[in-house]
Write a protein that binds this ligand. Sequence first.
Ligand code: PLP
Length: 395
Amino acid sequence: MTNKIYMDNAATTPLKREVLDAMMPYLTEEYGNASSIYATGRDAKRALDEARQTVADALGAKVNEIYFTSCGSEADNWAIQGVAYANKNRGRHIISSQIEHHAVLHTLQYLEKQGFEVTYLPVDEYGLVRPDDLKDAIRPDTILITIMYANNEIGTIEPIDELAQIAREHKIPFHTDAVQAVGHMPINVKELGVDLLSLSAHKLYGPKGVGALYIKNGVKLDNFLHGGAQERGRRAGTENVAGIVGLAKAIELATADIDENMARLTALRDKLISGMQAKIPYCRLNGHPAKRLCNNVNFSFEFIEGESLLLMLDMKGVAASSGSACTSGSLDPSHVLLAIGLKHEIAHGSLRLSIGDFTTEEDIDYVLEVLGPIVQRLRDMSPLYEEVERGVKHV
Ligand code: PLP
């Protein structure tokens, strides 16, 4: 059974028909291994070369600066571990932020166990890293700075150009996890001044299981996957030709009409935000009001559990995501919501609605219509809310 209304595009996006059409030949007749020298292999190699050029053009990179990976997580792992190990004789200090995705945080925690030291920069109430905090954290032994471009939970867009400039002044490689940003805002790696950038196809209407890492020419990093000589000897593994062709088609489509698309999504996002603020008391918008992804809405509701909200929305045909990690087997509230200063109980009552290219105005109206009564029903079951209603407790 599929949900009538899909508002979890930050988790994954549906594959676009044009992307599937571009991939199909490489899943059927064009099955060659791109390393083979005969015609079928050469065809696959040509498809890879074209895809690499398309991705490079979309990011303003050179073609030999794009490396395909199996997902965004691998790109993050490679960038971070690769730079850390290649520079370990120069120093063992890394700087990141408290609100990174687990693909970055858990990689850093792994490196801490290997003797590296990590400073996790705090963020302000909107989730923004302060450039002065970065300046203060830099040490003579800092070998890498990794800060995400846009947060996957609250949608806040970090001042990456400013942060990368600071890194450059200190000659420290700068990596950004741009998995949520690519395809949703214009990105030019040269203007941004980053050394490494991760992306993933399934967040921009491409297939799952394929990503890419931009590595600026001259950046020193160790290989992560060892084996064959694919990706110019830097990332082993027979290439996922169909997936890579799909990634290229998806990024080409996303960048072709990016301004128009962003304007449409921003209008829908803001309609959803203002509608929720008008209809639902005791709620709070998480993330920056303006410096946020055009597809992200994140609210905390007092006196309710995000998980119950998700289940009730699901019963109404709406797919969304909560601010806690309960669905992944942990009862801890989201580290991102805690980092922006939310109390545990408020962080537990959070909801992320991430809209996408297939979201319509009617979808927004429907969600606004069903959400208020669901929140009210859940609050009616809450003893705390009852006290507030009776005036015994104040918020
Ligand atoms: N980084 C961010 C910010 C993400 O949102 C995600 C996916 O949710 C990832 C990394 C991991 O990407 P993938 O699912 O392709 O491994």
